[in-house]
Every structure is written in C-alpha cells, then in structure tokens.
Design a protein around this ligand. Structure first.
Ligand SMILES: Nc1ncnc2c1ncn2[C@@H]1O[C@H](COP(=O)(O)OP(=O)(O)OP(=O)(O)O)[C@@H](O)[C@H]1O
Ligand SMILES: Nc1nc2c(c(=O)[nH]1)N=C(CO)CN2
Length: 170
C-alpha cells in the first residue's frame, strides 16, 4: 500500500464544510483509507493578499491508486465542490494538493511530488508537522520537523490553530 499526504485548503465560506466534504469524499473512495487528520489551522493568505484567511489541514492516507489517479480523485473533488480557477493563488472553495507519495520524487506533465512549494509554506508545514514530523521530503532530503523549524520563527505568526467555537490557540 502507498502512503500519501494531501493538503486541504479553503477560503470561501462555508470553509469548514468544504474541508469536511472533501474528507468525506476521500473516505468514501474504495481505494483510499484516511489514516490521520491534522488539526485545522486558520492561515493568512500567501501569494495573493487581497482575499480572506484560509482554513488549512493535512491528511495521511493509504491508497492503492497511483499518483496521477490520486490527483484525478483530488481534482474531481475540487470540481464537485465548485472550485473555479480565476486568479492564480486566489480564493477557492477547496484546494487539494498531493504533498508526498511514499518517498518518491515524481515529475510528470501534471504532477510534481513532493509539492514544489510546500517546504516554504507555514500553512502546509504546521499541520504536516503535527501528524508527520519524521516524514522525510524526498525532494530536499529533510525531515518535516527540520523544515518547520526553519520557517516557524518567521512565518509561524501567520498560522493559528482553529476551532469551531473560535477559541483556537496561537
Ligand atoms: N503535487 C501536486 N498536487 C496537486 N496538483 C499538482 C501537483 N503538482 C502539480 N500539480 C498541478 O498543478 C496544477 C494547478 O493546480 P492548482 O490550480 O490547484 O494550483 P494552486 O493550488 O492554485 O497552486 P499551488 O500548486 O501553488 O498550491 C494542477 O492542474 C495539477 O496538474
Ligand atoms: N494561507 C494560504 N495561502 C495560500 C493557499 C492556502 O491553502 N493557504 N493556497 C494557495 C495556492 O494553493 C496560495 N496561498
């Protein structure tokens, strides 16, 4: 069985509902078993500032799907949940990115894994660090804990734990 890490993000309300829907659809897929769910973080938008804050989280899943078939499932879920690609890095109901797939380095026309920008993104590394601190990213040959430590002091302020009733910590 293959192990994949998938990042989820939403900054169009209802944000939590969009995350829940994506998780439900992944769980319903017969070739995907969600093994771990990170906490949810509320995060400042990166790349295109003039948009609302995101909810971000990361899942660990076992799957018999190959990487491109897993991407198909992720993109179908994005479509089903009304994702529109209008502004690069802009607002979205839901975004699903494949962060890692086993310890493979994958480069095809449709897919780069590990995700090429993940090691600089607090909105990815904070939740990934919660569920997989010892994961080694094949692209840079570094542990997630080390990557998170490198950016935590500069970018840690842009992410905070989120809870439904608004009492999330720092
Ligand atoms: N690891 C990956 N996970 C998901 N999509 C990927 C990956 N690598 C390449 N892609 C490609 O990226 C394309 C653009 O994806 P998308 O529009 O969701 O980008 P984005 O999420 O806005 O930006 P970013 O990739 O920086 O997070 C997709 O069509 C997909 O083929
Ligand atoms: N905070 C945050 N910023 C982003 C996000 C995201 O999920 N969270 N996704 C982006 C493109 O994938 C660009 N910027």
């Amino acid at each position: 069985m293959n192990v994949a890490y998938i990042a989820l993000g939403s900054n169009i309300e209802p944000r939590k509902f969009h995350l829940d829907q994506a998780i439900t659809r992944l769980r319903q897929h017969q070739a995907i078993a969600v093994k771990k769910q990170s906490p949810i973080y509320e995060t400042k938008p990166v790349g295109y500032a003039d948009q609302g804050d995101f909810l971000n989280m990361v899942l660990e899943a076992e799957t018999s799907l190959d990487p491109e078939a897993l991407l198909d499932v992720c993109q179908q879920i994005e479509q089903d949940l009304g994702r529109k690609r209008i502004i690069p890095n802009g607002p979205r109901t839901i975004d699903l990115d494949i962060l890692a797939y086993n310890h493979e380095n994958i480069k095809t026309d449709r897919l780069i894994v590990p995700h090429p920008r993940m090691h600089e993104r607090a909105f990815v590394l904070a939740p990934l660090h919660d569920i997989a601190p010892n994961l080694i990213l094949a692209s840079v040959d570094k542990r997630v804990a080390e990557l998170w430590k490198q950016i935590e002091s500069s970018s840690g302020k842009d992410v905070s734990l989120w809870t439904q009733n608004g009492s999330g910590g720092e």
